[in-house]
Design a protein around this ligand. Structure first.
Ligand code: ADP
Ligand code: MG
Length: 275
């Protein structure tokens, strides 16, 4: 496999959209897998109590597994919670377990509740051999978990499903990003938008795609992810579509999207998260 370009400094990317089912998790794990298969060092932080990213990456996340919950509520360092994915030695994942479902409420009474993940990520990046990318997969809400992800990251990647209500709720997300930027994390920027579940048979998908491109301009990655049943089958086998069916249209879409993201990273300015 060819080696994709490494960014000058670790890119910390939060994958967010408070709508459920728009492709956050699918995007996180497949871009992460595609990059890792091309030699980049990747850490995925699963921040959704459902643990779907952990499942797709084949990472154990049963009750009792050391997880992102221990990082947020017990101050465990990130490096102690990473497991290596079987299919790619440069891909690590901090899993989410079901106890994370209570974390939003448990965090409410904690000091520095919005900064827990940021501190863990910053400590981790001071260690030798930091990764090229950290991807944080968010739950479908704008609660404290997503807030922690936005405070910890430098970039936001917004997956947008090519469907009728696609743009609904985006204003709220962008508003939250602005609030985080002005009060908690001045570095935060929406850098990437990805069109997901594109169905070329509908005129609607085209309309949504042009509307999103008109609004977000060059932030939108050129490749579009097609709706493809192989993408939705893969997690059932504890896999990403990159390994489940590398020749499928879904895998090729994610491969191209990941490559473009890596190419863009080559020319990005150096700088750590929130420092
Ligand atoms: P989110 O994390 O935003 O809730 P998911 O990534 O879990 O969304 O995707 C929602 C559902 O849609 C999942 O069942 C997933 O397998 C399926 N899915 C995602 N992307 C595609 C695609 N390109 N083609 C077909 N199914 C997809
Ligand atoms: Mg998800």
């Amino acid at each position: 496999q060819e080696q994709w370009p490494r960014p000058a400094a670790t890119r910390v990317v939060t994958v967010a959209n408070q709508k459920g089912g728009v492709g956050k998790t699918t995007t996180t794990v497949n871009i992460a897998a595609a990059m890792a298969l091309h030699g980049l060092r990747i850490v995925v932080i699963d921040l959704d109590p459902q643990g779907n990213a952990s499942t797709a990456l084949g990472i154990a996340h049963g009750v009792g597994t050391p997880s992102v919950y221990d990082l947020l509520l017990n101050g465990r360092p990130l490096h102690e919670l990473c497991s290596i994915a079987e299919f790619a030695p440069t891909l690590q994942c901090v899993p989410a377990t079901l106890d994370l479902a209570g974390a939003d409420i448990e965090l409410t009474s904690q000091v520095a509740r919005e900064h827990r993940l940021q501190r863990a990520v910053q400590d981790y990046l001071r260690r030798p051999e930091p990764p090229d990318y950290i991807f944080i997969d968010c739950p479908p809400s704008l609660g404290l978990l997503t807030l922690n992800a936005l405070v910890a990251a430098r970039e936001v990647l917004i997956p947008i499903q090519c469907e009728y209500y696609a743009l609904e709720g985006l204003a709220q997300l962008l508003n939250t990003v602005d609030l985080v930027k002005s009060h908690l994390n001045p570095e935060l920027t929406v850098t990437t938008v990805l069109l997901t579940m594109y169905d070329s048979r509908t005129r609607l998908a085209d309309q949504v795609a042009s509307e999103v491109r008109a609004h977000f301009g060059e932030l939108v990655l050129e490749p579009v992810i097609p709706r493809n049943v192989r993408v939705s089958e893969a997690p059932g086998f504890g896999q990403t579509v990159m390994t489940y069916d590398a020749g499928s249209r879904g895998a090729i879409g994610y491969l191209q999207a990941a490559r473009e993201m890596a190419e863009r990273g080559r020319t990005m300015q150096a700088g750590g998260s929130g420092e």
